[in-house]
Design a protein. Structure first.
Length: 380
């Protein structure tokens, strides 16, 4: 690799009688020089090339790690958004339940005044309303906290998300294909980063091996050199030179061997890290797929149970209004419907969260740059 530089110096010194003869010996003069200097290291053994490739690998690894952080942040934002939608859906269910309980309370009070119910049923109905209101207040606090979290994750103030109200029912879930190719895992930014770190470490090992061989340089200089200032920058003071330089690491064997061992250890650690990251990624994808498939089955079962409970509530309500059933039976069935509705909200939110986890496990849409053909299994 060529290098070019300039140097200007002015040194007052006493010359030796055995260095410069004649009238200059034993006298003091200014030794002045202004030189343009160049050198070119002939990389016969590839040390500089390997060092450059190691630096490129580290740069690619850093870029991939940055993308991995972006994917993680995006998945956290998506998860927080889904959680906010879940809380708002639960709030809607509670609000519907409150309206239903208030309507039922009025009906019970009318029946008590007509002598068709006792005050026991009225007390039961009165106790249900404040409980639902308490749950609504608690859910409202959680919604505010979820909005604040979203604002923080997106780098905004709380006012930016103060009115955000995503609807859980409007958020679509993914349809999983029958099979997912294993090559998708290779698009994960953390795997790409680990692989580039392996490449960088192996190039570092090669550079450490090349350091055992001599360095060959071509050097040249041109400029002005003179004793004193009067003729310093004149044509007669021009000077130039060119020649080779050979550097042999004769007494550096111990340090070079230690450096090579260190680079080899780094390569082994990078390979172990890559293998561990790959295994963790496979497990993460498998777990995400299994969870997503399971939640789909749970949603179908929950919907069947909810339909049955709503039919039962309709029948019980009709019997109660006809005087054929008591309020406690209505309250029990209503509670079952409420629990199933909330379970449905939680399952839909969990399905969306599992979708986010699967997308993150598969790389989150990260497009990796061209990689080496194959990640080595061990350093050489």
């Amino acid at each position: 690799k060529p290098k070019l530089g300039a140097a200007v110096s002015s040194t007052r010194q006493q010359f030796s009688n055995n260095y410069i003869y004649g009238p200059y010996g034993s006298n003091w003069y200014y030794d002045n020089s202004a030189l343009l200097q160049g050198s070119w290291e002939l990389d016969f053994f590839g040390k500089n090339r390997q060092t450059l490739q190691a630096a490129i690998g580290e740069a690619h690894a850093a870029a991939a790690q940055e993308q991995a952080a972006r994917v993680l942040l995006a998945s956290n934002v998506a998860s927080a958004y889904v959680n906010l939608a879940r809380l708002i859906a639960i709030q809607n269910v509670l609000q519907q339940t409150l309206e239903q309980r208030e309507h039922m309370l009025k009906l019970v009070q009318d029946r008590v005044r007509a002598g068709l119910e006792t005050t026991v049923q009225e007390k039961q109905a009165l106790a249900e309303v404040p409980q639902i209101r308490l749950q609504l207040d608690q859910t409202g606090v959680l919604i505010t906290q979820a909005r604040n979290l979203l604002a923080a994750l997106t780098g905004q103030g709380p006012q930016a998300t103060a009115t955000l109200a995503p609807q859980l029912a409007a958020l679509p879930t993914m349809n999983l294909p029958d099979t997912l190719p294993a090559s998708l895992i290779g698009r994960r930014a953390d795997i790409v980063a680990a692989r580039w770190q392996v490449e960088a470490a192996l190039h570092g090992v090669k550079a450490a091996r090349a350091a055992f061989y001599p360095d060959v340089n071509l050097t040249a200089f041109a400029g002005f050199s003179a004793l004193g200032f009067s003729q310093w920058l004149t044509g007669g003071s021009q000077t130039l030179g060119v020649g080779p330089a050979l550097t042999l690491p004769i007494f550096e064997g111990g340090a070079l061997r230690a450096q090579l061992r260190g680079k080899s250890a780094q390569a082994d650690a990078a390979i172990a890290q890559y293998n561990g990251t790959l295994v963790d990624a496979v497990h993460e994808v498998a777990d995400a797929i299994a969870a997503r498939q399971s939640i789909g089955q749970q949603i179908a079962q929950q919907q069947q149970a909810l339909d049955a409970a709503q039919d039962a509530l309709s029948l019980v309500d009709q019997r109660y209004k006809a005087g054929l059933s008591n309020y406690l039976t209505v309250l029990t069935v209503q509670s079952s419907v409420l629990k199933l509705q909330q379970a449905g909200v939680d399952l839909k939110a969990q399905a969306l969260a599992d979708d986010v986890a699967l997308i993150r496990a598969l790389g989150g849409g990260y497009s990796a740059p061209k990689m080496p053909e194959q990640a080595p299994a061990k350093s050489s």
